[in-house]
Design a protein around this ligand. Structure first.
Ligand SMILES: Cc1cc2nc3c(=O)[nH]c(=O)nc-3n(C[C@H](O)[C@H](O)[C@H](O)COP(=O)(O)OP(=O)(O)OC[C@H]3O[C@@H](n4cnc5c(N)ncnc54)[C@H](O)[C@@H]3O)c2cc1C
Length: 478
Protein backbone atom coordinates (compact mmCIF):
# COMPACT_ATOMS: atom_id res chain seq x y z
CA UNK A 1 0.00 0.00 0.00
CA UNK A 2 2.99 2.37 0.38
CA UNK A 3 3.95 4.22 -2.80
CA UNK A 4 7.61 3.95 -3.69
CA UNK A 5 7.37 5.64 -7.08
CA UNK A 6 5.30 8.62 -8.17
CA UNK A 7 5.58 10.73 -11.34
CA UNK A 8 5.70 14.02 -9.37
CA UNK A 9 6.42 13.34 -5.72
CA UNK A 10 9.32 11.91 -3.74
CA UNK A 11 8.40 10.58 -0.31
CA UNK A 12 11.08 11.19 2.28
CA UNK A 13 10.28 8.82 5.12
CA UNK A 14 11.80 9.23 8.56
CA UNK A 15 13.43 6.61 10.78
CA UNK A 16 11.66 3.25 10.90
CA UNK A 17 9.83 2.67 14.20
CA UNK A 18 7.42 0.08 15.60
CA UNK A 19 3.94 0.83 16.90
CA UNK A 20 1.57 -1.76 18.40
CA UNK A 21 -2.05 -2.11 17.24
CA UNK A 22 -3.96 -4.28 19.70
CA UNK A 23 -0.58 -5.67 20.67
CA UNK A 24 0.42 -6.49 17.07
CA UNK A 25 3.69 -4.82 15.91
CA UNK A 26 3.28 -2.54 12.88
CA UNK A 27 6.10 -0.91 10.91
CA UNK A 28 5.87 2.89 10.72
CA UNK A 29 8.08 5.86 9.84
CA UNK A 30 8.72 8.92 11.98
CA UNK A 31 6.89 11.92 10.55
CA UNK A 32 3.80 9.99 9.49
CA UNK A 33 0.54 9.87 11.41
CA UNK A 34 -0.93 6.88 13.25
CA UNK A 35 -3.79 6.57 10.72
CA UNK A 36 -1.32 6.60 7.83
CA UNK A 37 0.79 3.82 9.32
CA UNK A 38 -2.31 1.71 10.06
CA UNK A 39 -3.60 2.23 6.52
CA UNK A 40 -0.26 1.19 5.09
CA UNK A 41 -0.63 -2.02 7.12
CA UNK A 42 -4.14 -2.57 5.69
CA UNK A 43 -6.01 -1.62 8.90
CA UNK A 44 -9.11 0.44 8.13
CA UNK A 45 -11.47 0.11 11.14
CA UNK A 46 -10.12 2.62 13.68
CA UNK A 47 -13.14 3.19 15.88
CA UNK A 48 -16.57 1.69 16.71
CA UNK A 49 -19.79 3.71 17.07
CA UNK A 50 -21.53 4.26 20.41
CA UNK A 51 -24.80 2.39 19.90
CA UNK A 52 -24.62 -0.10 17.13
CA UNK A 53 -20.88 -0.88 17.34
CA UNK A 54 -20.47 -0.01 13.68
CA UNK A 55 -16.86 0.17 12.44
CA UNK A 56 -15.63 3.62 11.46
CA UNK A 57 -12.54 4.63 9.51
CA UNK A 58 -10.60 7.69 8.46
CA UNK A 59 -12.83 10.37 6.93
CA UNK A 60 -11.28 13.87 6.92
CA UNK A 61 -7.60 13.20 7.75
CA UNK A 62 -7.11 16.76 9.02
CA UNK A 63 -8.40 16.45 12.57
CA UNK A 64 -11.89 17.84 12.01
CA UNK A 65 -14.17 14.84 12.63
CA UNK A 66 -14.45 11.98 15.10
CA UNK A 67 -14.11 9.04 12.70
CA UNK A 68 -10.56 8.17 13.70
CA UNK A 69 -10.60 8.63 17.50
CA UNK A 70 -8.39 5.95 19.06
CA UNK A 71 -6.93 5.01 22.42
CA UNK A 72 -3.20 5.78 22.35
CA UNK A 73 -0.96 4.82 25.26
CA UNK A 74 -4.14 4.54 27.36
CA UNK A 75 -5.40 8.05 26.43
CA UNK A 76 -8.79 8.03 24.65
CA UNK A 77 -10.11 10.46 22.00
CA UNK A 78 -6.77 10.82 20.24
CA UNK A 79 -7.19 11.92 16.60
CA UNK A 80 -5.18 9.25 14.80
CA UNK A 81 -5.21 11.30 11.58
CA UNK A 82 -3.06 14.15 12.91
CA UNK A 83 -1.06 12.47 15.67
CA UNK A 84 2.43 11.44 14.55
CA UNK A 85 3.69 7.95 15.43
CA UNK A 86 6.27 7.46 18.16
CA UNK A 87 8.35 4.36 18.66
CA UNK A 88 6.62 1.85 20.97
CA UNK A 89 3.18 3.57 20.86
CA UNK A 90 0.32 1.31 21.96
CA UNK A 91 -2.83 1.85 19.92
CA UNK A 92 -6.33 0.42 20.21
CA UNK A 93 -9.58 1.19 18.41
CA UNK A 94 -11.96 3.23 20.58
CA UNK A 95 -15.30 1.55 21.31
CA UNK A 96 -18.04 4.13 21.76
CA UNK A 97 -17.59 7.03 24.15
CA UNK A 98 -14.25 7.68 25.75
CA UNK A 99 -13.54 6.71 29.32
CA UNK A 100 -10.65 8.45 31.06
CA UNK A 101 -8.10 6.09 32.57
CA UNK A 102 -8.35 6.06 36.37
CA UNK A 103 -5.24 8.08 37.13
CA UNK A 104 -5.53 10.57 34.26
CA UNK A 105 -6.62 14.13 34.89
CA UNK A 106 -7.69 16.57 32.19
CA UNK A 107 -5.01 19.24 31.56
CA UNK A 108 -5.16 22.23 33.92
CA UNK A 109 -5.02 25.59 32.17
CA UNK A 110 -3.89 27.13 35.47
CA UNK A 111 -0.54 25.41 34.92
CA UNK A 112 -0.38 26.18 31.21
CA UNK A 113 2.69 27.56 29.51
CA UNK A 114 1.92 31.17 28.48
CA UNK A 115 2.95 32.52 25.06
CA UNK A 116 2.59 36.26 24.41
CA UNK A 117 2.47 37.99 21.01
CA UNK A 118 0.73 41.02 19.50
CA UNK A 119 -1.27 38.79 17.17
CA UNK A 120 -2.24 35.14 17.61
CA UNK A 121 -3.05 33.29 14.38
CA UNK A 122 -4.96 30.01 14.46
CA UNK A 123 -4.27 27.91 11.35
CA UNK A 124 -1.15 27.62 9.20
CA UNK A 125 -2.76 27.07 5.78
CA UNK A 126 -2.30 29.62 2.97
CA UNK A 127 -4.53 32.16 4.75
CA UNK A 128 -2.77 31.89 8.13
CA UNK A 129 0.70 31.84 6.59
CA UNK A 130 0.08 34.98 4.54
CA UNK A 131 -1.50 36.68 7.55
CA UNK A 132 1.56 35.87 9.67
CA UNK A 133 4.08 36.98 7.03
CA UNK A 134 2.36 40.33 6.48
CA UNK A 135 1.56 41.03 10.13
CA UNK A 136 5.22 40.36 10.92
CA UNK A 137 6.42 42.61 8.07
CA UNK A 138 4.12 45.33 9.36
CA UNK A 139 5.99 45.15 12.68
CA UNK A 140 3.80 42.90 14.88
CA UNK A 141 5.03 39.96 16.92
CA UNK A 142 3.09 36.85 15.91
CA UNK A 143 2.33 33.44 17.39
CA UNK A 144 0.94 30.97 14.84
CA UNK A 145 -0.49 27.63 15.89
CA UNK A 146 -1.67 24.69 13.82
CA UNK A 147 -2.99 21.34 14.95
CA UNK A 148 -1.45 19.42 12.07
CA UNK A 149 2.17 18.28 12.21
CA UNK A 150 3.07 20.33 9.08
CA UNK A 151 2.46 23.88 7.91
CA UNK A 152 0.58 24.50 4.65
CA UNK A 153 -3.01 23.40 5.36
CA UNK A 154 -4.70 21.88 2.32
CA UNK A 155 -1.82 22.94 0.08
CA UNK A 156 0.50 20.18 1.24
CA UNK A 157 -1.48 17.64 -0.78
CA UNK A 158 -2.22 19.63 -3.96
CA UNK A 159 0.03 18.24 -6.68
CA UNK A 160 -1.63 20.14 -9.54
CA UNK A 161 -0.58 23.54 -10.86
CA UNK A 162 -2.69 26.48 -9.71
CA UNK A 163 -4.58 28.85 -12.00
CA UNK A 164 -4.84 32.62 -11.66
CA UNK A 165 -2.13 35.29 -11.84
CA UNK A 166 1.64 34.91 -11.66
CA UNK A 167 1.93 37.03 -8.51
CA UNK A 168 -0.53 34.63 -6.86
CA UNK A 169 1.53 31.54 -7.74
CA UNK A 170 -0.31 30.57 -10.95
CA UNK A 171 1.45 27.63 -12.61
CA UNK A 172 3.01 26.51 -9.31
CA UNK A 173 1.92 23.28 -7.61
CA UNK A 174 0.15 23.62 -4.25
CA UNK A 175 2.83 21.55 -2.46
CA UNK A 176 5.48 23.99 -3.71
CA UNK A 177 3.43 27.02 -2.62
CA UNK A 178 3.23 25.53 0.88
CA UNK A 179 7.04 25.17 0.95
CA UNK A 180 7.65 28.72 -0.32
CA UNK A 181 5.30 30.29 2.24
CA UNK A 182 6.62 28.17 5.13
CA UNK A 183 10.22 29.13 4.27
CA UNK A 184 9.26 32.80 4.05
CA UNK A 185 7.62 32.56 7.46
CA UNK A 186 10.64 30.91 9.06
CA UNK A 187 12.82 33.86 7.90
CA UNK A 188 10.88 36.24 10.16
CA UNK A 189 12.30 36.46 13.65
CA UNK A 190 9.15 38.00 15.15
CA UNK A 191 7.07 34.87 14.41
CA UNK A 192 6.80 31.85 16.71
CA UNK A 193 5.29 28.68 15.24
CA UNK A 194 3.58 25.93 17.26
CA UNK A 195 2.63 22.74 15.42
CA UNK A 196 0.50 19.85 16.75
CA UNK A 197 -1.25 22.54 18.80
CA UNK A 198 -5.08 22.66 18.76
CA UNK A 199 -6.93 25.83 19.71
CA UNK A 200 -9.93 24.87 21.85
CA UNK A 201 -11.33 28.22 22.99
CA UNK A 202 -11.06 32.00 22.65
CA UNK A 203 -11.64 34.31 25.62
CA UNK A 204 -11.22 37.98 26.54
CA UNK A 205 -9.48 39.15 29.73
CA UNK A 206 -9.30 42.95 30.12
CA UNK A 207 -7.43 44.18 27.02
CA UNK A 208 -6.03 40.79 26.16
CA UNK A 209 -7.41 38.02 24.04
CA UNK A 210 -6.69 34.46 25.12
CA UNK A 211 -6.49 31.36 22.99
CA UNK A 212 -6.50 28.16 25.00
CA UNK A 213 -4.75 25.33 23.18
CA UNK A 214 -3.49 21.81 23.75
CA UNK A 215 -0.10 20.76 22.38
CA UNK A 216 0.62 17.14 21.45
CA UNK A 217 -2.63 15.96 23.07
CA UNK A 218 -1.30 16.61 26.58
CA UNK A 219 0.28 20.02 27.18
CA UNK A 220 -2.01 23.00 27.82
CA UNK A 221 -0.76 26.27 26.28
CA UNK A 222 -2.29 29.70 26.75
CA UNK A 223 -1.69 32.21 23.97
CA UNK A 224 -2.18 35.87 24.89
CA UNK A 225 -2.42 38.62 22.30
CA UNK A 226 -4.28 41.82 21.47
CA UNK A 227 -5.70 40.51 18.17
CA UNK A 228 -6.58 37.08 16.86
CA UNK A 229 -6.83 35.86 13.27
CA UNK A 230 -8.89 32.72 12.76
CA UNK A 231 -7.79 30.85 9.62
CA UNK A 232 -8.99 27.36 10.46
CA UNK A 233 -10.05 26.31 6.95
CA UNK A 234 -12.94 24.02 6.18
CA UNK A 235 -14.45 20.64 6.88
CA UNK A 236 -15.46 18.11 4.23
CA UNK A 237 -19.15 17.39 3.85
CA UNK A 238 -20.77 13.97 3.72
CA UNK A 239 -24.12 13.01 2.13
CA UNK A 240 -26.84 10.66 3.34
CA UNK A 241 -26.84 7.14 1.84
CA UNK A 242 -27.04 3.65 3.29
CA UNK A 243 -23.83 2.64 5.11
CA UNK A 244 -22.15 6.00 4.55
CA UNK A 245 -19.99 5.39 7.63
CA UNK A 246 -18.23 2.21 6.46
CA UNK A 247 -14.42 2.33 6.61
CA UNK A 248 -13.23 3.04 3.07
CA UNK A 249 -15.53 6.03 2.57
CA UNK A 250 -13.36 9.13 2.69
CA UNK A 251 -13.62 12.81 2.05
CA UNK A 252 -11.66 13.63 -1.12
CA UNK A 253 -9.07 15.62 0.82
CA UNK A 254 -8.38 12.66 3.10
CA UNK A 255 -7.41 10.53 0.13
CA UNK A 256 -5.11 13.29 -1.05
CA UNK A 257 -3.52 13.47 2.39
CA UNK A 258 -2.88 9.73 2.51
CA UNK A 259 -1.62 9.54 -1.04
CA UNK A 260 0.13 12.84 -1.76
CA UNK A 261 1.45 13.79 1.67
CA UNK A 262 2.32 10.39 3.10
CA UNK A 263 2.62 8.18 0.00
CA UNK A 264 0.03 5.59 1.03
CA UNK A 265 -2.61 4.30 -1.40
CA UNK A 266 -6.19 4.48 -0.05
CA UNK A 267 -7.13 1.23 -1.85
CA UNK A 268 -7.18 -0.23 -5.36
CA UNK A 269 -10.53 0.63 -6.98
CA UNK A 270 -12.39 3.89 -6.38
CA UNK A 271 -15.81 5.41 -7.06
CA UNK A 272 -15.83 9.20 -6.79
CA UNK A 273 -19.03 11.04 -5.87
CA UNK A 274 -19.02 14.63 -7.17
CA UNK A 275 -17.66 16.09 -10.40
CA UNK A 276 -16.63 19.53 -9.17
CA UNK A 277 -12.96 20.53 -9.43
CA UNK A 278 -12.03 18.58 -6.31
CA UNK A 279 -13.55 15.30 -7.62
CA UNK A 280 -11.99 15.76 -11.05
CA UNK A 281 -8.53 16.63 -9.71
CA UNK A 282 -8.71 13.71 -7.29
CA UNK A 283 -9.48 11.32 -10.18
CA UNK A 284 -6.29 12.10 -12.03
CA UNK A 285 -4.20 12.18 -8.87
CA UNK A 286 -5.46 8.67 -8.06
CA UNK A 287 -4.58 7.47 -11.55
CA UNK A 288 -1.10 9.04 -11.19
CA UNK A 289 -0.65 6.96 -8.02
CA UNK A 290 -1.64 3.76 -9.84
CA UNK A 291 -5.16 3.46 -8.42
CA UNK A 292 -8.06 2.51 -10.71
CA UNK A 293 -10.93 5.03 -10.85
CA UNK A 294 -14.08 3.14 -11.90
CA UNK A 295 -16.32 6.20 -12.40
CA UNK A 296 -17.37 9.61 -11.15
CA UNK A 297 -21.07 10.08 -10.34
CA UNK A 298 -22.58 13.56 -10.30
CA UNK A 299 -26.17 14.38 -9.34
CA UNK A 300 -26.28 17.59 -11.39
CA UNK A 301 -27.09 17.44 -15.11
CA UNK A 302 -23.59 18.73 -15.96
CA UNK A 303 -20.05 18.65 -14.64
CA UNK A 304 -19.42 21.42 -12.08
CA UNK A 305 -15.62 21.69 -12.39
CA UNK A 306 -13.43 23.32 -15.05
CA UNK A 307 -13.73 21.90 -18.58
CA UNK A 308 -9.96 21.21 -18.79
CA UNK A 309 -10.03 18.98 -15.72
CA UNK A 310 -13.10 17.04 -16.98
CA UNK A 311 -11.57 16.57 -20.45
CA UNK A 312 -8.36 15.22 -18.93
CA UNK A 313 -10.24 12.72 -16.77
CA UNK A 314 -12.36 11.52 -19.69
CA UNK A 315 -9.22 11.12 -21.86
CA UNK A 316 -7.87 8.81 -19.14
CA UNK A 317 -10.94 6.60 -19.65
CA UNK A 318 -12.95 7.51 -16.52
CA UNK A 319 -16.71 7.73 -17.20
CA UNK A 320 -18.46 10.75 -15.65
CA UNK A 321 -22.09 9.78 -15.01
CA UNK A 322 -24.12 12.96 -14.63
CA UNK A 323 -27.64 12.81 -13.12
CA UNK A 324 -26.48 9.81 -11.04
CA UNK A 325 -26.05 9.33 -7.32
CA UNK A 326 -24.84 6.74 -4.85
CA UNK A 327 -27.63 4.68 -3.19
CA UNK A 328 -25.58 2.58 -0.79
CA UNK A 329 -22.21 1.18 0.15
CA UNK A 330 -21.97 -2.55 0.77
CA UNK A 331 -19.46 -4.49 2.86
CA UNK A 332 -18.97 -5.78 6.37
CA UNK A 333 -15.94 -4.21 8.05
CA UNK A 334 -15.00 -2.12 4.98
CA UNK A 335 -16.35 -1.05 1.58
CA UNK A 336 -16.66 -3.91 -0.91
CA UNK A 337 -18.94 -2.34 -3.51
CA UNK A 338 -21.08 0.71 -4.29
CA UNK A 339 -24.58 0.81 -5.79
CA UNK A 340 -25.52 3.87 -7.87
CA UNK A 341 -28.66 4.91 -9.77
CA UNK A 342 -29.83 7.48 -12.29
CA UNK A 343 -31.91 10.43 -11.02
CA UNK A 344 -35.11 11.82 -12.51
CA UNK A 345 -35.96 15.53 -12.86
CA UNK A 346 -37.07 15.59 -9.19
CA UNK A 347 -33.77 14.15 -7.92
CA UNK A 348 -35.42 10.76 -7.23
CA UNK A 349 -33.58 7.52 -8.17
CA UNK A 350 -35.20 5.88 -11.23
CA UNK A 351 -36.12 2.25 -10.38
CA UNK A 352 -34.37 -0.28 -12.60
CA UNK A 353 -31.34 1.96 -13.31
CA UNK A 354 -29.23 0.66 -10.38
CA UNK A 355 -25.67 -0.34 -11.20
CA UNK A 356 -22.95 -1.84 -9.00
CA UNK A 357 -19.25 -0.97 -8.89
CA UNK A 358 -16.81 -3.38 -7.28
CA UNK A 359 -14.74 -0.87 -5.33
CA UNK A 360 -12.88 -0.76 -2.01
CA UNK A 361 -12.91 3.04 -1.76
CA UNK A 362 -15.69 5.62 -2.12
CA UNK A 363 -14.47 9.20 -2.30
CA UNK A 364 -16.93 11.94 -1.41
CA UNK A 365 -16.10 15.17 -3.21
CA UNK A 366 -19.36 16.87 -2.31
CA UNK A 367 -18.12 20.15 -0.95
CA UNK A 368 -16.78 21.77 2.17
CA UNK A 369 -18.22 23.89 4.94
CA UNK A 370 -16.34 26.66 6.77
CA UNK A 371 -14.86 25.78 10.19
CA UNK A 372 -16.32 28.54 12.34
CA UNK A 373 -16.66 26.85 15.74
CA UNK A 374 -14.04 29.02 17.46
CA UNK A 375 -15.50 32.22 16.00
CA UNK A 376 -18.96 31.26 17.16
CA UNK A 377 -17.70 30.37 20.63
CA UNK A 378 -15.92 33.75 20.82
CA UNK A 379 -19.25 35.50 20.21
CA UNK A 380 -18.65 36.69 16.63
CA UNK A 381 -21.82 37.33 14.64
CA UNK A 382 -22.57 34.50 12.22
CA UNK A 383 -24.84 34.26 9.16
CA UNK A 384 -25.88 31.42 6.88
CA UNK A 385 -24.64 32.24 3.38
CA UNK A 386 -25.28 29.45 0.88
CA UNK A 387 -22.84 30.88 -1.69
CA UNK A 388 -19.99 30.67 0.85
CA UNK A 389 -20.67 27.07 1.85
CA UNK A 390 -22.68 27.48 5.08
CA UNK A 391 -22.47 29.56 8.25
CA UNK A 392 -19.78 32.26 8.14
CA UNK A 393 -18.65 35.09 10.39
CA UNK A 394 -20.03 38.52 9.59
CA UNK A 395 -17.05 40.79 8.78
CA UNK A 396 -16.00 44.04 7.16
CA UNK A 397 -13.65 44.77 4.25
CA UNK A 398 -10.64 44.34 6.59
CA UNK A 399 -11.85 40.83 7.52
CA UNK A 400 -12.60 42.01 11.07
CA UNK A 401 -15.56 40.22 12.66
CA UNK A 402 -18.22 41.77 14.86
CA UNK A 403 -15.90 41.24 17.86
CA UNK A 404 -13.27 43.96 17.64
CA UNK A 405 -9.78 42.50 17.32
CA UNK A 406 -10.92 39.10 16.00
CA UNK A 407 -10.28 38.67 12.27
CA UNK A 408 -11.07 35.80 9.89
CA UNK A 409 -9.50 34.71 6.59
CA UNK A 410 -9.57 31.92 4.01
CA UNK A 411 -11.97 28.98 3.85
CA UNK A 412 -13.15 29.65 7.40
CA UNK A 413 -14.54 32.95 6.03
CA UNK A 414 -16.25 31.17 3.09
CA UNK A 415 -15.31 28.32 0.77
CA UNK A 416 -13.21 29.56 -2.13
CA UNK A 417 -9.66 28.84 -3.25
CA UNK A 418 -6.11 29.08 -2.01
CA UNK A 419 -5.55 32.21 -4.07
CA UNK A 420 -8.35 34.10 -2.32
CA UNK A 421 -7.35 32.59 1.03
CA UNK A 422 -3.86 34.07 0.61
CA UNK A 423 -5.22 37.51 -0.30
CA UNK A 424 -7.65 37.51 2.62
CA UNK A 425 -4.84 36.39 4.92
CA UNK A 426 -2.71 39.30 3.74
CA UNK A 427 -5.57 41.74 4.39
CA UNK A 428 -6.29 40.30 7.85
CA UNK A 429 -2.61 40.29 8.87
CA UNK A 430 -2.03 43.92 7.90
CA UNK A 431 -5.42 45.05 9.21
CA UNK A 432 -4.75 43.50 12.62
CA UNK A 433 -1.38 45.29 12.81
CA UNK A 434 -3.06 48.57 11.79
CA UNK A 435 -5.86 48.08 14.31
CA UNK A 436 -3.25 47.68 17.08
CA UNK A 437 -1.48 50.85 15.99
CA UNK A 438 1.67 48.90 15.09
CA UNK A 439 1.60 49.34 11.30
CA UNK A 440 1.94 52.76 9.75
CA UNK A 441 -0.52 54.30 7.26
CA UNK A 442 1.71 53.31 4.33
CA UNK A 443 0.27 49.77 4.80
CA UNK A 444 -3.20 50.96 3.81
CA UNK A 445 -2.27 50.80 0.13
CA UNK A 446 -1.21 47.14 0.56
CA UNK A 447 -4.70 46.36 1.83
CA UNK A 448 -6.25 48.23 -1.08
CA UNK A 449 -4.04 46.33 -3.54
CA UNK A 450 -5.11 42.97 -2.07
CA UNK A 451 -8.79 44.00 -2.11
CA UNK A 452 -8.45 44.96 -5.79
CA UNK A 453 -6.78 41.63 -6.61
CA UNK A 454 -9.64 39.80 -4.83
CA UNK A 455 -12.24 41.71 -6.86
CA UNK A 456 -10.45 40.84 -10.10
CA UNK A 457 -10.14 37.17 -9.16
CA UNK A 458 -13.82 36.99 -8.27
CA UNK A 459 -14.98 38.71 -11.47
CA UNK A 460 -14.69 35.44 -13.47
CA UNK A 461 -17.66 33.10 -14.06
CA UNK A 462 -16.82 30.95 -11.00
CA UNK A 463 -16.38 33.97 -8.72
CA UNK A 464 -19.65 35.77 -9.30
CA UNK A 465 -21.72 33.69 -6.90
CA UNK A 466 -18.99 34.14 -4.26
CA UNK A 467 -19.26 37.92 -4.67
CA UNK A 468 -23.00 37.64 -4.02
CA UNK A 469 -22.21 35.64 -0.87
CA UNK A 470 -19.62 38.12 0.33
CA UNK A 471 -22.13 40.97 0.08
CA UNK A 472 -24.42 38.96 2.37
CA UNK A 473 -21.61 38.26 4.87
CA UNK A 474 -20.56 41.90 5.16
CA UNK A 475 -21.45 44.00 8.17
CA UNK A 476 -24.01 46.52 6.94
CA UNK A 477 -22.00 49.53 5.84
CA UNK A 478 -18.71 47.60 6.21
C1 LIG B 1 -8.78 18.71 -3.96
C2 LIG B 1 -8.60 20.19 -3.81
C3 LIG B 1 -8.07 20.92 -4.88
C4 LIG B 1 -7.88 22.30 -4.75
N1 LIG B 1 -7.37 22.99 -5.82
C5 LIG B 1 -7.16 24.33 -5.74
C6 LIG B 1 -6.62 25.10 -6.85
O1 LIG B 1 -6.31 24.57 -7.92
N2 LIG B 1 -6.44 26.43 -6.70
C7 LIG B 1 -6.76 27.04 -5.52
O2 LIG B 1 -6.57 28.26 -5.42
N3 LIG B 1 -7.29 26.36 -4.46
C8 LIG B 1 -7.52 25.01 -4.54
N4 LIG B 1 -8.08 24.31 -3.49
C9 LIG B 1 -8.58 25.04 -2.32
C10 LIG B 1 -7.51 25.41 -1.34
O3 LIG B 1 -6.72 24.30 -1.01
C11 LIG B 1 -8.19 25.99 -0.08
O4 LIG B 1 -9.12 26.97 -0.48
C12 LIG B 1 -7.15 26.64 0.82
O5 LIG B 1 -6.22 25.68 1.28
C13 LIG B 1 -7.82 27.33 2.02
O6 LIG B 1 -6.81 27.87 2.82
P1 LIG B 1 -7.02 28.15 4.37
O7 LIG B 1 -5.70 28.64 4.88
O8 LIG B 1 -8.20 28.98 4.56
O9 LIG B 1 -7.37 26.73 5.01
P2 LIG B 1 -6.55 25.37 5.09
O10 LIG B 1 -5.61 25.22 3.97
O11 LIG B 1 -7.57 24.32 5.29
O12 LIG B 1 -5.71 25.55 6.45
C14 LIG B 1 -6.34 25.61 7.71
C15 LIG B 1 -5.34 25.20 8.77
O13 LIG B 1 -5.91 25.45 10.04
C16 LIG B 1 -5.55 24.42 10.94
N5 LIG B 1 -6.55 24.36 12.02
C17 LIG B 1 -7.89 24.18 11.90
N6 LIG B 1 -8.50 24.21 13.10
C18 LIG B 1 -7.52 24.42 14.02
C19 LIG B 1 -7.51 24.54 15.44
N7 LIG B 1 -8.63 24.48 16.18
N8 LIG B 1 -6.33 24.74 16.06
C20 LIG B 1 -5.18 24.81 15.35
N9 LIG B 1 -5.13 24.71 13.98
C21 LIG B 1 -6.28 24.52 13.33
C22 LIG B 1 -5.54 23.18 10.07
O14 LIG B 1 -4.74 22.17 10.63
C23 LIG B 1 -5.00 23.72 8.74
O15 LIG B 1 -3.61 23.55 8.62
C24 LIG B 1 -8.25 22.95 -3.55
C25 LIG B 1 -8.77 22.21 -2.46
C26 LIG B 1 -8.93 20.85 -2.57
C27 LIG B 1 -9.48 20.06 -1.38
Amino acid sequence: MRLTEHPLLRFERGREVTIYFNGRPIKAYEGETIATALHAAGIRALNYSVNKKRPRGLFCAIGKCSSCLMVVNGIPNVRACITPVEDGMRIQPQHGRARLPEKAKPPEFRDAKVVRADIVIIGGGPAGLMAAIHAADAGASVALLDENPRLGGQLIKQTHKFFGKREQFAGVRGVEIAKILSEELRKRENVQVFLETSAVGIFQEKDEKLVFAVRKNREPVEFRGRAIIVATGAMERSIPFENNDLPGIYGAGAIQTLMNTYGVKPGDRVLIVGAGNVGLILAYQLIQAGVEVKAIVEAMPKVGGYFVHAAKVRRLGVPILTRHTILRAEGKERVERAVVAQLDGNWKPIPGTEGTFEVDVIALAVGLRPSIELLQQAGCGVRYVRELGGHVAVRDGWMETTVRGIFVAGDSAGIEEATTAMLEGKIAGIAAALRLGIAGEEWLKEIEGAQKALDEFRSGPFGRHVLEGIKKAMVVGG
